[in-house]
Every structure is written in structure tokens, then in C-alpha cells.
Design a binder for this molecule. Structure first.
Ligand SMILES: CC/C=C\C/C=C\C[C@@H](O)/C=C/C=C/C=C\[C@@H](O)CCCC(=O)O
Ligand SMILES: [Zn+2]
Length: 685
């Protein structure tokens, strides 16, 4: 039986692609009222979930220990997951089996509860030890709007005596799932083959496979992925043998992840992928049209991994590969182990945006080895990783650069808190996420308030000489585990009172001076600001002050194109970011500044985002077409959400343009991004 294969469309254009493709079909320049692009036809109405044949429970199902998961992890835990899936591009589904090797945390347990969402569950079997798989009773609870459907599997009494129990769930995904984005050929660089990639963080893995979708549980996994030729599959795992099923158009790719990971780090990509070696343990993977530019941009990856190892502990994931995903990828990067996914917006052509790669590499320790037990402690993943990223930056480029990056982070935190509201509960470092979708709570806060907290603690406890040995000990103590904020704090006390150079009493006193609950639970900006070295800020601030003086009439209009000639990309970003903290610029200032500094045609996403935002908050309508072009070229939420929001709130024309642009093109965005944008634009989901 032939493997379903999308029919290739016309050959790709011979022109070299722009650094990244417009998400809207190349044959249609994005106009405000264009008819939907041709590939809309490929995105038929969302497939109705497979008719549910299993009995349904009508009672709301209780959450497990993790407030965002039904998994009964206090009774049963998955230790290993085996996936055997076939990718069907014509139906846009994965189908096959997920087999969980479970252990009884509670010897009396007689049910295993898994998370699922928008999956068609076709049957459940159980095998004990080397015995055969046999059908068992199971119930799929009614769907919770945020957390999906609990699957409750009845376990035979014999499991209590079994050395190994495996639960096999036969299923298929549906178009209502949010982890998988299927791309039509027109949305890829090559425009010939279909493509799919997954994004499981925070709780989307349950729409890719039935699983215990909580970071409290860590699993090893193996997978067999059957894909249509000539496409290649890659996963967040080490590749194993590849085989071809005789008489079919399919290739079977096998993978193994021997290091235990939380479910959100499951990841799959299938497409016309080519690899190029960029380091002793690194390949970069991308479509052939992109791979050379990516190999150049990320050529320093080994330096970054080595610097992180020197700071912390040996890298233990085997390989560190990078995948450049098509431009609809909703994040800058995703730390999928062995295979970091990155947005093509990092391909700036001058290696100025590789800090995102340093961030994802840093996750190989903070987040992927030491993991937040639940999403309320997400700062343990992201605040720690921002801190490690900047430590690596400091070792590679000097302390002034580390502090400069932290100052920019503090400014971003300030803007986020101002936008969300000083008392908004999601501006707390450790928010209460009961009955909340973690995606809705996602912001800069866990990254930058968390990093600032660690910056402050390092200075308060005696500097790098005291703190860096602690960082190493922290990783060594908790590698392979999932912890919460209390466990993190307890270890800090235990370590410092045992190892602080000034002795236990002094360490205890210093730690007791910290206003822990204010840091953890107070909304708004931190009550304490760390000391930041402003050496690299001075030139940016001086130029900001000159423009402010010109606008307020207290200073001369003596500007020149060379004003920014000596600024680094990061300092240009800082200049624009600092202006965003002030009152809207006048159109006279914007006109003059753009005439001199030529911000509008800049391709660098970090500059483009801040320049276009400066114009939108000033209701400077000549920027509108450039904003539309940018939000249709890529789907990175860091960029498209603020731009759509600020366009929507700029003028009545801007509001109409924002909604029309989104509604006519929502299919080009990842399901997660489309859902967030609909809420941003007050469109009913
Ligand atoms: C308090 C929030 C608690 C949990 C949120 C957890 C995950 C939210 C979900 O939306 C996934 C986020 C994934 C982020 C991936 C990469 C980021 O580190 C970078 C984002 C910014 C960028 O595009 O650079
Ligand atoms: Zn991160």
C-alpha cells in the first residue's frame, strides 16, 4: 500500500529565496483585501475528530497533582514511551500507537490516567512482562476546554505482581490538535514538499500523543516514524536505523532518547531536510535552500556549548543539532533535546542574533536536566536559563556585555509589567496556574524577573566566586529531576550554609535578609533592582537624551547618519527600546530619524520590531504596510503579537487592518500563535 504523499506542485522558483519566505504564497503579494491565498484550499475545514467509539464519562475529571494535567502520577508513572506513528500528509494526521512502560508508584493502583486532547482514541491494550497485549477497559472523559480529555485505563489486578507493565494506546491526531503544524509546500522555502513540525511546550504534547503531559514525570523514549519518500524525519532524540518498507513509498526513521525528559520536550519534524556539520557534535538541519546560510550563521555553536560546559557540567545529550524551521515557527527557539528548533528570523546574516542559540544551549542544563515540576515554577526553567545564557555571554564577550544584556532584559520586563498591569497575577514570579492554560500566562516575566532575582542573589551572596560553584552544585544535585521553587530555595540554603566562604552563620544571615515571598509572589516589578554596569549603555542613552531634547525643544536638531555608525546591533536595539519607555515620538522626529538612520528597511527582527512599535504607538500610519509585510513574513509570537496588538490599538484604520490581515491569513500561523492572536484582537475563538 502506497504511502500517502502530497502531490508535488510546480518546481520551485529559480530565484534565490529571501532570507525567509513570505508566509503568504509568493504568487500573491500580501494585499489588505486579497482573496485567501491558493493554499487555503489545502487547509480544508478542520477535520472532525475521529468518531469516538469508546464509552465517555460525563463527570468533570479531577486534575492530578499537576494543576494542568489529569495524569495520576501519585499512583502510576510512565518510565518509557514507545511511539510507532505514520505521517499521513493527505489527511494531515499522525496515526499509530503510543506504548507506555509504567511503574506503580502506589502498589494498590488499579487505574492509569493519561492526558489527551483532540485525539481519536481507537483502543487500549495492556501487556505484563513478556505476555501478549490484551484489550482493557478504558474511559475517555468529556473534554475540558483547556486541558482536554483524561483517559482512564483499568489495570488488571495482575499488574501488582508484574515486573513490567505496558499500556498501548491506538490513536490518531486530528486537525484540532495544537502541537503539530502541517505546512503546504507553498509555506516552505522549497515549495515542492509538505512539511510538519511540533511544538509541545507547555501542554500540547497531549495533542500529539496520549501521555502523562506534566513536567513532573520524566521519560526515556524511542520512536519509529513512517514518512513518505523523499522526506526525512528528525526528533528530539538520537537517530537510530533507517529502513525502507519494501513495496511502499515510505521510509521508516527510528529514534532513541536515553536521557529522561518531560513530555513537553517531545518533538518531531518531517520535511525536505538537509544536514550540514557545524561542529564536532553539531549539525544544522534545514531545507536545502536555507542550510548554507544557517551553517554560516551558527558556525560558533561549539564555542557556546564548550563555554556552558566550563561554567556548569559536561554536556550529556550526545549531540547538539540545530533545526531551522520554516518562518511560521511561533518562538525564537525551542530547546528540544539533541535538536534545538530555531526560527529563520535568526538568520540576520551577521550573527547578531545568536544569543537565542546560547539560550537554547543553556537549556541543556537548566530546564532539560533540572526541570520545573509544574508550570507555576516555570522561572526555574527560564529565569535560570536567561541567567546562564548571560553568564556564557559574559565569558565569551566580557562582563560589560553580560550586564548590558541584563539591562535590556530589565527594560523588557518593565514594558511587560506596564502592559499587563502592575497588579496582574501573571506578573508574579511564581503565579498560581490552577485552571489556567500556561500559554495564557506566558510572558517575559519568568525570564527576566527570574534572571534579575538570580542576578541580585549572586551580588547579595558574594559574587561569582560564591555563586558559580553553587550553580554547578545545583545542576549536579538535581540533574534528571523535576523540582519546584521550595525545593530550589531549600537547596540554596543547604548549599550556602555548608559552603559559603564566610561560614554558615553569615550565609544564613544573608539568606534570611532576602524577602523571599515578595520575590516569589508579589506582582509588578521587583522591589529590589540589581546593580548593573552601565558602561555600554552610555552611548545609547546619550543619543536618546539628544532626541528627547530635540522633541521637547530643549536641545538642538544636530543629528547625523553617523550618530549610530559606532553602535553595535545590541546598542541600536537598546536605543530604540529606551525610546519606547518614553512618550510617543512626534511624526517630525520619526520622519527625521528614519531619513538619517534608515530604520524602516532594516531586516534584523529585533530592530524591526522596536522601530515599527515606536511608529505604531505614535500612530504613524506610513509604517502600516511595513508592519503588514513583517507579520506576514514570519510567525514568531515575540514579533507578531506586539505588532498586531499595537496596530490594533493605533487608529481605527489600524484596528481594521490588524483584524483583516489576521483573519485573511490566520492559517499561515502556528495553531498556538493563531489562538493567542485571536485573543489579542478580541476575536471570538
Ligand atoms: C508563567 C508561565 C508558565 C508557563 C508557560 C510555559 C510555556 C508557555 C508556552 O507558550 C511555550 C513557550 C515556549 C517558549 C519557547 C521559547 C522561548 O524561550 C523564547 C520566546 C521568545 C522568542 O521568540 O524569542
Ligand atoms: Zn527558554
Amino acid at each position: 500500500m502506497g504511502c500517502p504523499l502530497s502531490r508535488p506542485t510546480a518546481r520551485a522558483s529559480s530565484l534565490p529565496p529571501p532570507r525567509y519566505q513570505s508566509l503568504v504564497s509568493a504568487s500573491k503579494s500580501p494585499r489588505l483585501h486579497s482573496s485567501p491565498p491558493p493554499y487555503h484550499a489545502l487547509f480544508t475545514a478542520a477535520l472532525a475528530p475521529a468518531a469516538s467509539k469508546q464509552p465517555c464519562n460525563t463527570m468533570p475529571y479531577p486534575m492530578g497533582p499537576d494543576p494542568n494535567s489529569f495524569a495520576n502520577t501519585a499512583q502510576v508513572a510512565t518510565r518509557h514511551l514507545s511511539l510507532d506513528l505514520t505521517v499521513d500528509f493527505s489527511r494531515k494526521v499522525l496515526h499509530g500507537t503510543a506504548t507506555h512502560a509504567i511503574t506503580l508508584v502506589d502498589p494498590q493502583a488499579r487505574t492509569a490516567v493519561f492526558d489527551s486532547k483532540a485525539l481519536g482514541i481507537q483502543g487500549v491494550q495492556v501487556a505484563m512482562d513478556q505476555g501478549p497485549f490484551a484489550p482493557v477497559e478504558y474511559t475517555v472523559a468529556d473534554a475540558h476546554p483547556k486541558f482536554g480529555n483524561a483517559i482512564e485505563v483499568s489495570l488488571p489486578a495482575a499488574v501488582a505482581k508484574a515486573a513490567e507493565t505496558r499500556v498501548r494506546i491506538h490513536y490518531e491526531t486530528t486537525a484540532k490538535g495544537t502541537a503539530i503544524q502541517f505546512l503546504a509546500p507553498e509555506q516552505t522555502a522549497g515549495k515542492v514538499h509538505p512539511y510538519l513540525f511540533t511544538q509541545c511546550q507547555a501542554i500540547h504534547a497531549r495533542t500529539m500523543a496520549p501521555c502523562q503531559d506534566t513536567p513532573a514525570v520524566k521519560i526515556t523514549y524511542d520512536a519509529r516514524i513512517t514518512v513518505p519518500k523523499p522526506l526525512r524525519a528528525l526528533m528530539s532524540a538520537l537517530p537510530r536505523e533507517t529502513s525502507v518498507t519494501e513495496g511502499t513509498d515510505c521510509t521508516v526513521y527510528a529514534f532513541e532518547q536515553p536521557t529522561a525528559i518531560p513530555s513537553y520536550l517531545l518533538a518531531l519534524v518531517v520535511g525536505n531536510l538537509q544536514g550540514q556539520r557545524i561542529g564536532p557534535r553539531s549539525y544544522v538541519w534545514a531545507e536545502p535552500e536555507v542550510v548554507d546560510a544557517a551553517a554560516w550563521e551558527f558556525a560558533d555553536v561549539e564555542k557556546f556549548v564548550a563555554a556552558a560546559e566550563d561554567l556548569l557540567t559536561p554536556y550529556q545529550w550526545g549531540v547538539y543539532d540545530l533545526l531551522v524551521v520554516p518562518p511560521s515557527f511561533p518562538f525564537g527557539g525551542m530547546e528540544n533535546p539533541c535538536l534545538t528548533f530555531v526560527t529563520p528570523t535568526l538568520l540576520a546574516g551577521d550573527r547578531s542574533l545568536v544569543d537565542v542559540v546560547i539560550h537554547e544551549i543553556s537549556h541543556s542544563w537548566t530546564g532539560n536536566l533540572v526541570t520545573n515540576k509544574d508550570w507555576g515554577s516555570f522561572w526555574l526553567n527560564e529565569g535560570w536559563t536567561m541567567f546562564v545564557e548571560r553568564k556564557v555571554l559574559g565569558r565569551l564577550k566580557g562582563e560589560a556585555v553580560r550586564h548590558f544584556s541584563a539591562i535590556l532584559g530589565w527594560k523588557e520586563l518593565f514594558k511587560t509589567v506596564k502592559r499587563m498591569g502592575l497588579t496582574h497575577p501573571f506578573t508574579a514570579l511564581v503565579p498560581n496556574l490552577e485552571n489556567e492554560d500556561p500559554d495564557d500566562a506566558f510572558s517575559t516575566v519568568p525570564y527576566e524577573k527570574g534572571c534579575s532575582f538570580l542576578f541580585y542573589l549572586e551580588q547579595h551572596l558574594g559574587g561569582a566566586a560564591v555563586f558559580e560553584p553553587y550553580m554547578r552544585a545545583y545542576i549536579q544535585r538535581f540533574a534528571g529531576e523535576s523540582i519546584d521553587t521550595q525545593q530550589w530555595k531549600d537547596f540554596l540554603y543547604k548549599y550556602m550554609t555548608a559552603h559559603h566562604p564566610d561560614g554558615a552563620a553569615k550565609a544564613q544571615a544573608l539568606l534570611d535578609e532576602v524577602a523571599w515571598d515578595a520575590w516569589f509572589y508579589n506582582p509588578g516589578m521587583p522591589h529590589v533592582k540589581p546593580h548593573f554596569d552601565e558602561t555600554l549603555l552610555k552611548d545609547c542613552q546619550a543619543l536618546v537624551d539628544r532626541w528627547k531634547a530635540a522633541q521637547t525643544g530643549t536641545g538642538p536638531w544636530d543629528f547625523d547618519a553617523n550618530d549610530i555608525a559606532s553602535l553595535t546591533t545590541e546598542q541600536k536595539v537598546m536605543f530604540l527600546s529606551t525610546l519606547l519607555e518614553w512618550e510617543p515620538l512626534t511624526h517630525t522626529v520619526l520622519d527625521r530619524m528614519d531619513q538619517l538612520y534608515q530604520w524602516t528597511p532594516v531586516r534584523n527582527g529585533e530592530i524591526r520590531l522596536r522601530w515599527q512599535t515606536l511608529c505604531l504607538v505614535a500612530k504613524y500610519t506610513p509604517i502600516f504596510p511595513h508592519v503588514v509585510a513583517f507579520v506576514l513574513e514570519q510567525g514568531r509570537m515575540k514579533y507578531i503579537r506586539p505588532l498586531y496588538r499595537n496596530l490594533y490599538h493605533s487608529t481605527p484604520e489600524g484596528a481594521q487592518l490588524a483584524r483583516t490581515t489576521f483573519c485573511e491569513n490566520r492559517q499561515i500561523y502556528h495553531p498556538i500563535a493563531a489562538s493567542m492572536l485571536a485573543k489579542d484582537l478580541d476575536l471570538d475563538e
